[in-house]
Design a protein around this ligand. Structure first.
Ligand code: CO8
Length: 304
């Protein structure tokens, strides 16, 4: 986190981003259950995200590089938002491709350890960062493409559908979807709205109620992704596709994007605090904590 702060100062980020994503070390007590104390895996200070901006094309590639599964922890989200804001403010950057450096995984979604055994204050702070990630991505002025080179459940799927276009590796072992109900938790209205905007009401209803994870071919069938390509061509196809998006005049594309997405974004903006309160009171319930614990145990036991 110290790195994030140092970088943010170096890049001159607005105090707004940092105060919105207020730093978790300011907060106190965390209440990890003594009988189940999984350690968070990637707590190193090495960057979880690497950004390369090609000034000749105006396209940035943002690589998520947080092993083992690019889970979206508070640190990860903070770094992600700072990088996004930096690119957004850089006039030379018109397009953004998001991908993963990990084999088999795009992103495992929200870091479950951020929701398990944590204090209400910390949960609220985490949720604010999740909101911020989505607001920045869904409302970005850049053309955005998710180059999905591995599985992308839950928050990973949210990040993907927050982009303008999705290209996924044609590998039936990779899955994508909003599987929250399978964890005993409920995707909030703005996850739901983003999914509805992507696949339509009926597919979203089935998908959310059953917590479905779709294989890459099935995701293409329902329109959850736009294109499947061989695994080694995901990034190059994203780059080719981006040039088509950037052939459209920026102002026309941006105004159209805003017209399509503004209502959905405004709904969260005007309910942000209530959404945080709902999340905190839901996630800290004993029954929900038990569900999360069982899910974590299931993830571990799959390996055994
Ligand atoms: N958070 C934290 N740790 C995780 C997560 C995660 N989301 N996913 C996996 N891990 C851990 C595993 O427990 C394992 O830890 P360890 O090595 O200590 O045993 C390690 O990462 C590697 O995991 P796998 O062995 O399972 O890795 P694979 O490459 O075999 O599989 C997958 C990768 C497919 C990504 C698989 O790990 C997986 O399915 N993970 C769970 C994904 C998931 O269900 N995420 C849901 C998160 S919830 C969310 O994003 C939205 C919540 C909205 C909240 C609304 C409430 C109101």
């Amino acid at each position: 986190m110290a790195n994030v702060l140092r970088n943010s100062a170096k890049f001159g980020f607005s105090a707004g981003v940092l105060s919105q994503l207020s730093i978790h070390s300011r907060h106190g007590r965390e209440c990890v259950s003594p009988c189940f104390s999984l350690q968070q895996r990637n707590n190193s200070t090495s960057p979880k995200i690497k950004v390369d901006l090609d000034n000749s094309t105006g396209v940035a590639v943002l690589r998520m590089q947080s092993p083992p599964v690019n889970s979206l922890s508070l640190d990860f989200l903070t770094e992600f938002c700072i990088n996004l804001e930096k690119l957004e403010m850089d006039k030379s950057c018109r397009g953004l491709i998001i991908t993963s450096t990990l084999s088999k995984v795009f992103s495992a979604g929200l870091d479950i350890m951020e929701m398990y055994g944590k204090s209400p204050e910390r949960c609220g702070e985490f949720w604010k960062a999740v909101q911020e990630m989505w607001l920045k991505l869904y409302g970005s002025n850049m053309a955005t493409i998710a180059a999905i080179n591995g599985s992308s459940p839950a928050g990973g799927c949210l990040m993907s559908i927050g982009c303008d276009y999705r290209i996924m590796a044609d590998n039936p072992r990779y899955s994508i979807g909003l599987n929250e109900t399978q964890l005993g938790i409920v995707a909030p209205f703005w996850f739901k709205d983003t999914l509805v905007n992507t696949v339509g009401n009926r597919a979203a209803e089935l998908s959310l109620e059953l917590g479905l994870l779709y294989s890459a071919p099935d995701a293409l069938k329902i329109g959850l992704v736009d294109q499947l390509v061989p695994e080694d061509q995901v990034l190059s196809t994203a780059q080719d596709t981006m040039s088509k998006w950037l052939a459209v005049p920026d102002h026309a594309r941006q105004i159209t994007k805003s017209m399509m997405r503004k209502q959905t974004i405004d709904k969260l903006l005007s309910n942000r605090e209530a959404d945080i309160t709902n999340f905190v009171s839901f996630i800290t319930k004993d029954s929900i904590q038990r569900s999360l614990r069982m899910y974590l145990e299931m993830l571990k036991s799959r390996k055994a």
